[in-house]
Design a protein around this ligand. Structure first.
Ligand code: F7E
Length: 360
């Protein structure tokens, strides 16, 4: 069914865009990706047709849609850091909120003018639930966002529902709970921890400094979650889906699991607290119930948190040993195992990805 279909991924150079592009290419799609900067595209986006523009540039988006007419649009472009969203609240509202409104408006216009009606996926987030009383959270849980980020995602979420109901667009929200991978940037707590643990295990440093250790998250694997995104656009009619594992762990638990992966028995000797990492308001717990995705999409998580953490730590050990920050091999557990232990000099020749000319 996917053969000869074209997908557009906005924000393609982020963690999810990179994993989703891979899935869609494997399914036979032509994949076009936009990013405000293409600095990070190499070595992860081979096979993707890349275009650089800011998602706020509606004229560029209009021209792209008129020219390429993708069958499916995955709108992943966003400022994704909750912690930084207080420092740039207005920009977050513009990029994560207003851009979605403009894109939905554009889709209505294109349908009315040209009869062109692509399917639309909006990257919603568990951050829309924030302090919601209901645990676990599902598609019916009322929103109570706790940050400019969560608020912007809630705005975009409601608009997506509203434009579906008002204009009959095939538009849906993927309400993804936290999902991690070795290519998660280190501004997020998981990768900050796994990078530090890798370096501590190699004797390159001694400490990691963190904020709120009591927050609890429903953490899954990015590689698993992008499969659900692709499935959401293959349904008979559009609806919204929570994507979560149903398992919750605290930041404290995550720290313990990561140190355990390298055999360090007393993690707390290596952890410092700094109030600078506390947020003006935090979300104490996210916990999702993905029953709808399970029954309608046949989706369920395949990878446990322990496996994700082990994979992230392994990739960070290779990074620390080789000094090579970006390598396609880090995305896949088996490739990381093969690459482990290589010296910087041999990595590029012997790592399966780099040897294939995939890395820089
Ligand atoms: O924080 C606490 C922090 O920044 C997790 C994004 O992908 O998932 C992500 O949002 C928790 C918070 O992710 C540090 O206070 C402690 O309670 O890794 P995070 P997030 O805020 O959950 C959702 C679903 C998204 O949609 C977002 O785009 O960890 N924490 N110490 C810390 N957090 C950070 N970043 N750094 C610390 O040192």
């Amino acid at each position: 069914m996917a053969a000869h279909r074209t997908a557009l991924i906005t924000g393609v150079a982020g963690q999810d865009g990179i994993y989703l592009a891979r899935v869609l290419l494997e399914r036979g799609y032509r994949v076009i990706g936009t990013s405000f900067s293409l600095a990070r595209h190499f070595p992860y986006l081979q096979g993707v047709e890349l275009i650089a523009f800011d998602i706020r540039n509606t004229d560029a988006m209009s021209e792209l849609l008129r020219r390429e007419r993708p069958d499916e649009i995955y709108n992943l472009a966003a400022i994704s850091s909750v912690g930084q969203s207080w420092q740039m609240a207005e920009k977050v509202a513009e990029v994560n909120g207003m851009s979605v409104l403009r894109l939905l408006e554009l889709l209505v216009r294109l349908r009315d003018d040209l009869g062109y009606a692509p399917r639309f996926y909006q990257a919603s987030s568990s951050e829309i639930y924030g302090m919601a009383d209901q645990q676990p959270q599902d598609e019916r849980t009322p929103h109570y966002p706790r940050s400019p980020y969560g608020t912007s995602k809630s705005f975009a979420h409601h608009l997506t529902v509203n434009y579906r109901e008002s204009y009959g667009l095939y538009a849906c929200n993927g309400i993804l709970f936290n999902h991690e991978s070795p290519i998660r940037p280190a501004r997020f707590v998981t990768r900050k921890i796994t990078r530090a643990v890798a370096e501590i295990s190699l004797g390159m440093r001694d400490q990691v400094t963190l904020g709120n250790l009591d927050a609890r998250r429903d953490w899954g694997s990015a590689a698993d979650y992008v499969e659900a995104m692709a499935e959401m656009l293959q349904q008979e009619s559009a609806q919204d889906f929570v994507i979560a594992t149903g398992e919750v762990a605290s930041i404290r638990d995550f720290v313990a699991i990561a140190f355990e992966a390298v055999g360090i028995e007393d993690p707390w000797a290596h952890v410092e607290f700094d109030a600078a990492y506390l947020r003006p308001a935090d979300v104490p717990q996210t916990w999702g119930r993905a029953d709808r995705a399970r029954s309608a999409l046949g989706w369920g998580p395949k990878v446990s948190l322990r496996e994700v953490v082990a994979h992230m730590v392994q990739a960070d050990i290779v990074r620390a040993k080789t000094g090579i920050e970006e390598c396609r091999g880090y995305m896949f557990p088996n490739t990381v195992n093969d690459a482990l232990g290589l010296t910087p000099a041999t990595h590029r020749h012997e790592c399966p990805s780099c040897a294939a000319g995939v890395a820089n």
